[in-house]
Design a protein. Structure first.
Length: 119
């Protein structure tokens, strides 16, 4: 009987430890999803490595969106796709205001803007 009780209690302890581990993982996963906008359309970021360049100078624009099905940057720089993090190069010849527009499957949209000064 003692052996049976020992085996049973060890099995229960292992099962409890497994449940706690799964709960911790589920909590961590939930926090990660919330950090990236949950189930809502979110612009995670839109920025440039430089805010001022000489004419034709290279600027790296980076953006991140969550729960978008379509994104574009105006004025059009190149076709882009939804991504949590993506960067591309632009070479403005004059001061330019760039606008990122993200749209979700329901047609909701969000925008973010930044300006690159050319001197």
């Amino acid at each position: 009987m003692y052996t049976g009780w020992t085996l049973y209690s060890r099995q229960q302890s292992a099962a409890d430890a497994e449940r706690q581990s799964q709960q911790k993982q589920a909590d961590a996963d939930r926090k990660l999803v919330e950090a990236f906008g949950g189930d809502q359309l979110t612009i995670l970021g839109f920025n440039a490595a430089k805010g001022e360049v000489p004419p034709g100078g290279r600027v790296v624009l980076c953006y991140g969106v969550s729960n978008a099905v379509q994104v574009k940057i105006e004025p059009g720089v190149e076709p882009i796709k939804p991504a949590l993090s993506h960067c591309l190069e632009v070479f403005p010849k004059k001061t330019t205001a760039y606008t990122l527009k993200a749209e979700d499957a329901e047609g909701n949209s969000k925008t973010a803007s930044l300006t690159i000064k050319v001197r």
